[in-house]
Write a protein that binds this ligand. Structure first.
Ligand code: THU
Length: 145
């Protein structure tokens, strides 16, 4: 995990994350849960990458929206997160599942902003270390990725 402080998020970047996550959510493939999720990540080059959940008839093989967005970020050549936003279905604000928290941890600093939104509004904002305290990461392996 990078020890550097994550730069502040501008209002414009926040809006871009929200727009990208909402657009991705509309593309979600969630015929089993009917719970469509969109995620967007901001990378260290100021680019936004979006993802949606993609479910499978073999249920455990489904992919979360955050994992999908991270794949896009890595494919585009970045391994440094600056912010994440996740939007779920309906009125509740969701936070990344446990597995996705660990996936975010690979590429994000402890102060990484994790933003939430529902169908109509922005919700609470967290840091990654609030959602995944005392976590395990690349630094514990003693090798720099
Ligand atoms: N889901 C996500 O995509 N991200 C989360 O953080 C929570 C859950 C998906 C997985 C599954 O397709 C559906 O939401 C219901 O659990």
């Amino acid at each position: 995990m990078t020890p550097n402080a994550t730069p502040p998020l501008s209002t414009e970047q926040q809006q871009q994350l929200l727009d990208a996550a909402r657009a991705a959510q509309r593309a979600a493939y969630a015929p089993y849960s009917r719970f469509q999720v969109g995620a967007a990540v901001l990378d260290d080059q100021g680019r936004i990458h979006a993802g949606c959940n993609v479910e499978n008839a073999a249920y455990p093989e489904g992919v979360c929206a955050e994992a999908s967005a991270l794949s896009s970020m890595v494919l585009a050549g970045s391994t440094q997160l600056r912010a994440v936003l996740v939007v779920g279905t309906g009125g509740t604000w969701i936070t990344p599942c446990g597995g996705c928290r660990q996936k975010l941890r690979e590429f994000g600093a402890p102060d990484l902003p994790v933003l939430t939104a529902n169908a109509t509004d922005m919700g609470p904002r967290y840091t990654l270390s609030e959602l995944l305290p005392q976590s395990f990461g690349p630094d514990h392996l003693g090798t720099t990725p």
